[in-house]
Design a binder for this molecule. Structure first.
Ligand code: KG4
Ligand code: ZN
Length: 347
């Protein structure tokens, strides 16, 4: 039995984060602190994340986040066993800022360094929050990711399929933009859809006619644009109800395709004969209640348990990186000061 305390750093997109996680072998992990410093206000004038601005902000804020994480946990670096850092995939300037910061800490203190794949961080979160045993099925749905994975071990994942173009969160955000709704688009489209008729507009169900678990979302946005333009041409503008019906139809198409692909992914996963089948869903889009309740009924249909980490741990954070680093560290993994930042790094 061994108790490990790991400091984690995350800076691969537009959140600068540091966290400390502790775990005793066999027990549930404990988050001692988790600091997230978002950059939304820096990027919002540009309508998307600007990589150069993100990298500079990470470089400025990483040390502040680390000090705050240590302070909140009531620890100093002497109490930490290893430093884990997102080494990719992500925006390269941000990933480099994090990796350089972690290397600096490691070089100055002698603490072991552990590079973590950001996607592994998301995919291992159900173990951090719920102590879920391998193998489990994972659906990552966010603004940047969309994939089905089977997690067999801290560094052993099989990808069953994923989006071939946009991520669903991206599709929600683009839809909101096309309809003049506020960003982030997911919550505003979901709110509009509540008052809408999902049957008025017929959106496509991309890739349902093809076998496998791949998904596609970019066609929905094109369809929406066409429908919107047609209404504007015929009636001179969009009424409140038109907007609600468009949102409802769009959201229903996402719900239906995710549900069907999840059915297929569960079937593939059940072939591995898990003793207690579990699917975990993570990513910002998992906050959508229509998507969530449909996935819950698919799971009930397939006798598979549904679990979703709390939202603060579904979106980008450093607790998941500290935890993924802790799992790697426990297996004996170490990285040297030659650890490189990788913009692309498939699991
Ligand atoms: O995981 P996340 O915070 O960031 C990354 O993409 O890494 O996910 C953000 C995405 C945004 O695209 C946002 O529109 C979407 O999640 N989202 C939602 C909802 N809440 C957030 N999409 C659909 N319905 C929601 N309620
Ligand atoms: Zn992420």
């Amino acid at each position: 039995v061994q108790t490990l305390t790991v400091l984690g750093l995350e800076s691969s997109c537009d959140d600068t984060a540091a966290a400390i996680v502790r775990q005793t072998t066999g027990a549930k992990a404990e988050i001692l602190s988790s600091v997230v410093h978002g950059q939304t206000e820096l990027h919002s004038p540009f309508g998307g994340v600007v990589p150069e601005i993100a990298a500079r902000a990470h470089a400025e804020k990483l040390d502040v986040c680390v000090l705050q994480a240590l302070d909140t946990a009531g620890l100093s670096l002497k109490d930490v066993d290893a430093v884990a850092v997102t080494a990719g995939p992500g925006l390269i300037g941000g990933v480099m800022s994090g990796v350089m910061c972690a290397k600096g800490i490691s070089a100055a203190t002698g603490l072991p360094l552990v590079g973590v794949n950001h996607l592994a961080g998301h995919a291992l979160t159900p173990r951090l929050t719920d102590n879920i045993a391998f193998p489990y099925l994972m659906l990552l749905v966010s603004g940047g990711h969309c994939q089905f994975l089977i997690a067999y071990g801290p560094e052993h994942f099989t990808r069953l399929g994923g989006t071939i173009d946009d991520a669903p969160g991206e599709a929600f955000d683009k839809t909101a933009r096309l309809l003049g709704l506020p960003q982030p688009g997911g919550p505003s489209v979901e709110a509009e859809a509540r008052a809408g008729d999902p049957k008025r507009f017929r959106f496509p169900r991309p890739l349902l006619d093809r076998p496998g678990c791949d998904l596609s979302f970019s066609g929905l946005k094109t369809a929406l644009m066409r429908m919107r333009d047609q209404i504007v041409n015929e009636k001179g503008g969009l009424k409140r109800q038109d907007r609600a019906d468009l949102c409802a139809g769009f959201q229903q198409a996402i719900v239906d395709t995710l549900a069907e692909k999840t059915r297929r992914a569960i079937d593939l996963y059940l072939e591995t004969s898990p003793s207690e089948p579990v699917i975990a869903v993570a990513g910002g889009v998992a906050a959508n209640s229509a998507i969530r309740s449909e996935l819950e009924s698919v799971c009930a249909e397939k006798d598979t348990r549904f679990t979703a980490p709390p939202l603060a741990l579904c979106t980008d954070n450093a607790a998941m990186i500290a935890y993924a680093g802790l799992e790697r560290f426990r297996t004996g993994a170490r990285d040297g000061l030659d650890l490189t930042a990788r913009p692309r790094w498939p699991l």
